[in-house]
Design a protein around this ligand. Sequence first.
Ligand SMILES: [Ca+2]
Ligand SMILES: [Ca+2]
Length: 362
Amino acid sequence: MARVTFLIWCLFAVFQAGSSADSGCGGPRELTAGSGTFSSANYPSPYPVNLTCEWLISAGPGKVTMLQFTTMDVEGGFRPNECPYDSVKVYDGGDASGPPRGQYCATNIPPPDLVFFGDAFVVFTSDERNTRPGFSACYSTSTPPALPTPCGNVGTQAPTPPPLRPVTAWVESGCGGPRDLSGPSGSFSSLQHPANYPHSHHCEWLITVDPGMVVTLTFDVFDVEHHDTCSRDSVLVYDGPSTSAGLIGEYCGNVPPRRIVSSGEQLYVIFNTDDENASTGFSASFLAADPSQVTDLPTTTSKIHVTTTGGSHVTKTTSQRPIADPTTEGNNPAGGASSSFQATHIAWMVVMRVVLMFLQSI
Ligand SMILES: [Ca+2]
Ligand SMILES: [Ca+2]
């Protein structure tokens, strides 16, 4: 029994030694020199997927450490300051149980005044898809009352701008299939459609047609968790190559949005879901069109929440009308039902009056 215990202890010790030797991103996990640098794996080439790297900046007893991120381009979430996919996390102390100092992603460089009294711990993680160039960082230490000398040119070096094109030849949309869709026509759908889409999911598509043409986008089937402001699950459509372009509309509910037309040769589509309640999602198709042949060209809007439920169509916070295809403008099922009811009602009134006149005449 004692031998088995000793063997297990040895294996554990070897495992610990092995895991502590390398950060996971190349280079040592424990940084003990008075100053140094470290970065995500392959930097500045894209880091691998499914990666976890750790660095323990061990300044030594009584020392002060200054940590600076000199570049940062890590896959970020749709909303600012949220890092649901890939992230860099910084902790006070020697491991991730210490007080968190921050979580960083996208091209938001952490503040340059990350100073620690003692050790600092940094964890970088990437998820299973979409990679970016990553980050580079440096640190320096000092003995109080002297402050560490800044080691990098934080703030003077522009962060790498997010490329309009994928950093690799083929980027997955997040919903299966490619993110980049180009050509005269194409289609895409939510993940697992027509089965329910997963929770806490993000998908994106960049549709590009030939120069001089515009994109017409049609949702053939649409069922996305309804909410008055589409703040649970939603489809967002931007009039250009990224979220920096004008937002055409944010959509949820169970009635397909009307046909959407870009002003240029690109549309950017995002599908976000929250952590509860799912529906069957959507399937969509696009066609390239000659702008002279399209009458429903878009108008610039601030933000539109189009919520649809039970056949009704409600537009919220609209500064201007959402883009609509005038050929389908009259196909409001509620309006059609109302007209039909009025016609039937009038017909019955006429019949009743004729019967009454006949009865009075005999
Ligand atoms: Ca990722
Ligand atoms: Ca949901």
